[in-house]
Design a protein around this ligand. Structure first.
Ligand code: HEC
Ligand code: HEC
Length: 300
């Protein structure tokens, strides 16, 4: 089948070129001898502008022959006829690989210098920071914003609240392998609307946002049973699971009663995509130091 389609496409291309040659030659023969004297084609524009039935000038026709010759030459040198690869062996994939190799050769010495630094040195080095900022601009702004302050569902990278941890290895792992946070749907487990409301108030009371009434306070054992495996008995979260600290009044999905209630009832599933293939180790290390330096608590 594949061979059939290759020949189908190649045949179509070749026939089309032949047809073009025929068409242009045919119209080249339509010299003035075939046209009646003083013959108008009958079009009229702007009241008095009319068109003579004259053949196209020769130089104009030659341009067509030149383009056809150009196309034939092109299709011999480059891929264009079915699966024929062209005599130059050019392909866009090969060109891409060549350019990447050339860039690697040019940039490798620069990256080598940064690769020898440790985390703190990369945070302090102005060149590493500049490179980090430009990597950030290319790969991260779509989700975390150009100011890195995030949005609902996309963490703010400039505050001191780290869901997955702020050490070099933790940030590096976040970048290379990505993260997948799973907050289960717990509406059913809480039984009733009132149960969800009371749990919402209990959660909000952890950061002091609201005063827990008696019904909310009574949810504490329920919190231990349903939530503490991930968020800890004290609600301070767990970096291994990406379960956020619920006591710091920093909210990934918003801190109104409505937002928190929605999270508890329906669950959440935040995904930070893996960037290992895109970035490679050296650039991920530079970016990790850049991101770490954005937060308030970064050592100056
Ligand atoms: C299986 C682990 C797990 C359990 C059990 C769990 N959570 Fe979560 N929770 C998470 C994770 C992970 C996230 C982060 C989700 C994300 O980033 O998409 C989260 C997020 C949240 C948030 C949103 C925080 C923010 O910053 O917006 C709230 C509120 C929350 N959980 C409350 C609860 C409550 C209340 C319970 C118990 C009724 C509970 N969670 C049980 C893992 C869990
Ligand atoms: C497609 C959107 C997307 C892109 C692109 C993206 N991120 Fe993320 N990132 C997320 C989401 C969503 C989370 C939160 C996952 C969760 O719910 O815990 C996250 C989490 C993080 C975290 C963890 C924050 C914490 O508090 O622990 C860091 C660090 C991070 N991203 C850095 C980056 C960097 C640097 C880039 C650019 C290379 C980047 N991200 C690109 C969506 C994205």
């Amino acid at each position: 089948m594949a061979a059939f389609w290759q020949w189908f496409v190649a045949g179509g291309t070749i026939l089309f070129v032949i047809w073009c040659v025929w068409l242009v030659s045919w119209s080249a023969k339509q010299g003035p001898q075939n046209v009646g004297d003083e013959e108008l084609v009958g079009h009229k524009w702007d009241g008095d502008l009319e068109e003579w039935n004259n053949p196209a000038p020769k130089w104009w026709l030659y341009l067509y022959f030149i383009t056809i010759a150009w196309a034939v030459g092109y299709m011999i040198l480059f891929p264009g006829i079915g699966a024929f690869e062209g005599t130059l062996g050019w392909s866009s994939a090969k060109q891409y690989d060549d350019e990447m190799a050339a860039a690697a050769e040019r940039y490798e010495p620069i990256y080598e210098r940064f690769a020898e630094m440790d985390f703190q040195e990369r945070m302090d080095d102005p060149d590493a920071q500049r490179l980090g900022a430009s990597l950030y601009a290319s790969y991260c702004t779509t989700c975390h914003g150009s100011d890195a302050r995030g949005a609902v569902g996309y963490p703010n990278l400039t505050d001191d609240a780290w869901i997955w941890g702020s050490s070099e290895e933790q940030i590096y792992t976040t970048l290379m392998q990505g993260r997948n946070a799973i907050m289960p749907q717990l509406g059913a487990a809480l039984g009733s609307d009132a149960g969800i409301d009371n749990m919402t108030n209990y959660v909000l009371s952890l950061s002091g946002a609201v005063e827990a009434d008696a019904a909310a306070q009574a949810m504490q054992p329920m919190f231990v049973a349903l939530c503490s495996a991930c968020h800890g008995t004290d609600g301070k979260g767990n970096e291994l699971l990406g379960s956020p600290n619920l006591t710091d009044d920093v909210w990934l999905y918003g801190g109104t009663a409505e937002d928190v209630r929605y999270t508890i009832e329906n669950g959440r599933n935040g995904i930070m995509p893996a960037h290992g293939d895109l970035l490679g180790e050296d650039r991920a290390r530079i970016l990790a130091a850049y991101v770490a330096s954005l937060s308030d608590d970064s050592p100056e």
